[in-house]
Design a protein around this ligand. Structure first.
Ligand SMILES: [Zn+2]
Length: 321
C-alpha cells in the first residue's frame, strides 16, 4: 500500500457582514405590522398594519387577526420583488401552455388571480467548512505474458482535505413551506439584498418564521457537506475506483442573518389534492408539480390510439402479410 497525502488550505473567508438586528428596528416592525392566522392550515401571516389580510396565501382559507407580533421577528435584510404581479401571471400562463394535461380550471384567469406575493423567512448562513475525505483508490493494470493474462491491482491510500468558505447558504424558516419547493426555485441573487425597511412589505404578505436558525442548521449542514465532498471527490483522479472510508465536513465560524426572500405562491386544489407552486420573485424561476387532467390525458391517449390505427391501415398492405 502506498501513501498519498495532499492538503489544500484556503484563506478564511472575509465574513464580516453586519447584523442589523437592533431593538429600534424590532419595535418599528412590530408596530407597523399585524399578525394573521389561517384557521385551516395554521399559516402565520404578517401584513402591514394598513393592509388587512383576508385569505391565506397557502391554502386560500379565510384568515383571522391574531394581533401584533412580538419577539425577534424583524428581518435584517430583504430581497425586494423584481417580478411584478402581471409578469408573474404572464409567466405562469406561458408555462401552462407548455403543459397540455393541466385541468382547464387551473389555467383560468380566476385561478391565476390567486397568485400571492409572499416574503418567505429565510436564514442565510456564512461559515468555513473544514472538509476531509479518505479511502482506498484502486489502479488496475492488465497485460499478456505468453498464454497468461496478468492483472495487477495497486491500492493507494487517498486523503483530501480543505477548508471551504461558504457565504449565504439559504434555509427557509417556515415549517409549512416545503424545503424541496424552495430549493427548486434557487438561486437568489443575494448581492441585491437591502437592509430591511417597512416600505418593501407594501402590497405583499410575509410569513412568520417558526423554525429558528438552530432548527434549520441540520439542513444547511447537509448541503454544505454534500458540496464539500463533491469538490474533494472530483479531485481524486487517476484511479479506476475509489472506496471512501470517511467523508465529512465540519462547519466553523458560523454566523447567520434573518432575511425575507420574494416568492409568488399559487395554491390549487384538484380532485381533493393540493398542489403548491412557487415562483422566485427575483428571477421568475418556477417550480411545482402540475396536476394532470384525467379527461385530457384519456383524450390524448385516445387520439394516439386512433393515429396508430390509421398508420396501421396505411401500412397494412405489408404489415399484415
Ligand atoms: Zn392556510
Amino acid at each position: 500500500m502506498y501513501q498519498e497525502m495532499e492538503w489544500q488550505a484556503q484563506a478564511q473567508a472575509d465574513v464580516d457582514a453586519q447584523t442589523l438586528e437592533n431593538e429600534q428596528d424590532t419595535k418599528a416592525f412590530e408596530a407597523g405590522t399585524r399578525l394573521y392566522t389561517c384557521q385551516n392550515c395554521g399559516a402565520q401571516i404578517i401584513a402591514e398594519a394598513e393592509t388587512s389580510a383576508t385569505f391565506c396565501y397557502y391554502c386560500h382559507a379565510p384568515v383571522v387577526l391574531a394581533g401584533r407580533l412580538s419577539g425577534a421577528y424583524c428581518p435584517a435584510y430583504v430581497l425586494p420583488f423584481v417580478v411584478p404581479r402581471e409578469k408573474a401571471i404572464e409567466q405562469m400562463q406561458a408555462w401552462c401552455k407548455k403543459h397540455w394535461f393541466l385541468p382547464k380550471s387551473f389555467t383560468s384567469e380566476k385561478q391565476l388571480e390567486k397568485l400571492t406575493g409572499v416574503y418567505v423567512p429565510f436564514w442565510l448562513f456564512d461559515c468555513d467548512a473544514d472538509a476531509h475525505i479518505q479511502g482506498i483508490g484502486k489502479k488496475v493494470r492488465t497485460w499478456r505474458e505468453g498464454d497468461y493474462e496478468v492483472t495487477e491491482t495497486e491500492e493507494w491510500f487517498v486523503e483530501r482535505g480543505a477548508v471551504f468558505p461558504f457565504s449565504k447558504v439559504p434555509a427557509d424558516g417556515a415549517q409549512k413551506i416545503e424545503d424541496a419547493l424552495m430549493d427548486a426555485i434557487e438561486p437568489f441573487g443575494f448581492q441585491q439584498l437591502k437592509p430591511f425597511s417597512m416600505q418593501y412589505l407594501s402590497g405583499f404578505m410575509a410569513q412568520k418564521y417558526d423554525h429558528n436558525h438552530k432548527e434549520v442548521l441540520p439542513h444547511v449542514q447537509q448541503r454544505v457537506e454534500q458540496k464539500c465532498i463533491q469538490i474533494l471527490r472530483s479531485s481524486v483522479i487517476g484511479y479506476s475506483a475509489f472506496i471512501p472510508s470517511e467523508q465529512r465536513a465540519v462547519m466553523q465560524h458560523i454566523r447567520h442573518d434573518y432575511v425575507l426572500l420574494p416568492v409568488w405562491f399559487l395554491h390549487y386544489t384538484y380532485r381533493g389534492k393540493s398542489y403548491q407552486f412557487a415562483m422566485n420573485g427575483q428571477s421568475g424561476r418556477l417550480a411545482g408539480t402540475p396536476p394532470l387532467s384525467i379527461a385530457k390525458a384519456l383524450l390524448a391517449s385516445a387520439i394516439g390510439a386512433v393515429l396508430v390505427f390509421l398508420l396501421v391501415l396505411l401500412l397494412g398492405g405489408w404489415i399484415f402479410l
